[in-house]
Design a protein around this ligand. Structure first.
Ligand SMILES: [Mn+2]
Length: 308
């Protein structure tokens, strides 16, 4: 029997990558032959954690051609995998988003639960089966939970995330201020990094007849970044909109130290829509919002409004 491939969406973030590594360990320890692979390039934050602890990078694959069975972690959307993964090969999905396309996978056993991080769902597997988790997996999963829940301050955070993190903390043995180290590391957007980061973490959604592109940055120092690089941000967004044929586009920039959002767009229709659903007011290309909101939470609001 060929090993089952465990993978995530193209250009996975730390949650997808950590989930892939750790679920592989879980399955191996339950006697299931598997292998891991990631498509595209892992996010900078994921690279940072691997480098920081001298962990090996996951092997890169192009598609599911060499495999008979696939398990998808942290995705149940066609956008991030279409053309790379044959949908009928997918036997299991573990994910945590409200808007998904799980019905497109005819053979998959599906676990989609609305916790802050897929790493939480993977951690719970170990706890439920009383299987010991390696320090490496614990570090990766804990980093993913910290990142995805914005250090437990993001609106997506649940008690389950906190409980999983508490469990992992004992094994991972990270410094108390590790969250800040992690957030500071991803806040350096000098040189080409701004454009790379925006492109690397771009997501888009087809809602009725509209294609909506949402870029997201999660950093310390958003206000300064916008003051310095607003023109560059607008240019990047306008180019993406043209190239990808988006109807609407904006950047959701999350300030990780003050826990607020800045929305950036030059598109009037997008501004109008965001003002309506998020109760914000644009001043030029930028709107500010207290009480942090993540892309995952904005998408259902957009959908509700556009489907009216
Ligand atoms: Mn995730």
């Amino acid at each position: 029997m060929k090993p089952i491939l465990i993978t995530s969406y193209v250009n996975p973030d730390i949650d997808g990558m950590a989930g892939v590594f750790a679920y592989s360990e879980f399955l191996e320890k339950t006697g299931i032959n598997n292998t891991i692979g990631v498509m595209g390039e892992i996010h900078d934050e994921a690279k940072y954690v691997l480098d920081r602890f001298n962990f090996e990078y996951p092997p890169v694959i192009l598609n599911s051609n060499n495999f008979e069975k696939v398990i998808l972690i942290d995705t149940s959307d066609l956008n991030g995998i279409e053309g790379n993964i044959e949908l009928e090969k997918v036997i299991e999905i573990i994910d945590h988003r409200t808007i998904h396309e799980a019905d497109k996978f005819p053979n998959a056993k599906i676990q989609i639960e609305l916790v802050g991080s897929v790493a939480t769902l993977i951690t719970e597997r170990f706890i439920q089966k009383n299987i010991e988790i390696s320090k490496k997996s614990a570090i990766l999963l804990l980093s993913a939970i910290i990142s995805n829940t914005l250090n437990f301050k993001g609106g997506v955070t649940t008690e389950r995330d906190k409980k999983a993190a508490k469990y992992l903390t004992k094994i991972a043995q990270l410094a108390d201020n590790f969250w800040k180290e992690l957030f500071e590391a991803k806040s350096d957007l000098s040189g080409n990094k701004l454009k790379d980061r925006i492109l690397g973490d771009l997501a888009w959604f087809n809602i009725i007849d509209k294609k909506v592109g949402i870029a997201q940055l999660e950093i310390i120092g958003v206000k300064k970044l916008i003051e310095k690089k607003q023109d560059e941000i607008i240019e990047i967004l306008e180019n993406i909109k043209k190239e990808m044929n988006f109807d609407l586009i904006f950047l959701n920039a999350i300030e990780l130290e003050e826990y607020k959002n800045f929305f950036v767009t030059s598109d009037d229709k997008t501004k109008y829509l965001l003002e309506k659903i998020l109760n914000v007011k644009f001043d030029g290309f930028v709107a500010e919002k207290s009480n942090l909101i993540m892309r995952k939470q904005i998408v259902p609001l957009l959908k509700e409004e556009l489907e009216k």
